[in-house]
Design a protein. Structure first.
Length: 170
């Protein structure tokens, strides 16, 4: 059973209040689906208990789809990127914010990468991790993988451009 999701509610859990998940309906082409676990941004705690925020972005490409899960942990982020025909973990990137070497008033990022031999997922996971580290001055872990057999250079560019556009909006 779930507690009613009203900030400050301190009553007992009730069998009349089942936990449900609601999905939004849209007529927009290639919608960005968002799911929030726990209270929304305006409400950072429920009955004094800290909750975890998770947002899911599901994007359709001309040849496949991918999902990016963004989980906020304190001021840091744990991000999963997956998609294609066979989802997998091809790499994990840890990105740390730091002052830019060319302008110390700006933030940059340094990353450490653990890559599975033969996988090319580092490009996207590094881009996501470093973008979040710079934008939010946070430690970021991004793991994931995207696989399509015989993927073309044009399809790779479509994927990269789509991820860039999405990350700029987040």
């Amino acid at each position: 059973f779930a507690m009613p999701e009203f900030p400050g509610y301190t009553g007992p859990a009730s069998s009349d209040c089942w936990l449900i998940k609601v999905k939004a309906v849209t007529h927009r082409k290639n919608p960005i689906m968002q799911t929030c676990i726990g209270p929304s941004e305006e409400h950072v705690s429920m009955a004094g208990i800290q909750t975890l925020e998770r947002i899911e972005y599901k994007i359709k490409l001309s040849f496949a789809e991918y999902i990016i899960f963004v989980m906020k942990i304190g001021k840091d982020f744990n991000i999963v990127f997956s998609g294609g025909e066979r989802e997998h973990i091809g790499c994990t990137v840890l990105s740390l914010p730091r002052p830019s070497l060319s302008d110390e008033k700006k933030l940059s990022a340094t990353s450490s990468v653990i890559n599975i031999i033969g996988h090319k997922d580092e490009y996207i996971c590094r881009y996501i991790g470093e973008s979040f580290a710079k934008k939010y001055n946070s430690v970021v872990v991004c793991s994931g993988g995207f696989h399509i057999d015989n993927i073309s250079k044009k399809q790779i560019e479509e994927l990269k451009n789509s991820v860039r556009e999405l990350i700029e909006k987040i």
